[in-house]
Design a protein around this ligand. Sequence first.
Ligand code: FE2
Ligand code: FE2
Length: 242
Amino acid sequence: MDAVRIRDDIYWVGAIDWSMRNFHGYETGRGSSYNAYLILDEHVTLIDTVKEPFAGELIERISSLIDPEKIDYIVSNHVEPDHSGSLLKILALCPNATVITSLPNGLKGLTARYGEQAYKGIKAGDTLSIGHRTLSFVPTPMLHWPDSMVTYCPEEKVLFSNDAFGQHLASGQRFDDENDIDLILFEAKKYYANILMLYGRQAQAALKALAGLDIELILTGHGISWRSHIKDILSLYQKWST
Ligand SMILES: [Fe+2]
Ligand SMILES: [Fe+2]
């Protein structure tokens, strides 16, 4: 299984779950995906992992690019197992990697699930240099758990948005302009309604925190990512959250 090139040195290495039909109790008739991304910089960085049964796909896709042993950082934007479930299997291959997680809830959640590991807790505004690129971290509590955060790379103008802006939609394509936009927007709305609607106030706070960022790509944790309809999905989140 090959990785999908997003742009130079940034690859999708996630997994597509074609048969998932129920997520957090809502019907997901079109499956989903667990999106993870690999950045090949001086310090190789993996952004999120995948649900545990798909760990083999993640490892295969990473291995099509580099030896997983070379991973220096794993950014865990969210501790729920659809994003962190393969953490121990990956760490077994790169035992020297550091896992970046939010303080205090990410650290608490990961430690409860996976025991003591080489975690580095970060707070709002903290940054991490990975070589030519920087990663900065924006907490997005309750989108959709207290530990949730998103990761922004200013040099690439890329936002790794985890649960925010996603959809439960299995697709062989990765971007909004490669798919039926009406279907993607329908699934994005259904996802918001089922997973995020209770947290309108927190979604407003997250939108405010993201407002100053120059974003060319939103690389989601589920489904399709955004490059041609970024303004549309941001203004829909604005509308839905109010
Ligand atoms: Fe979640
Ligand atoms: Fe998720």
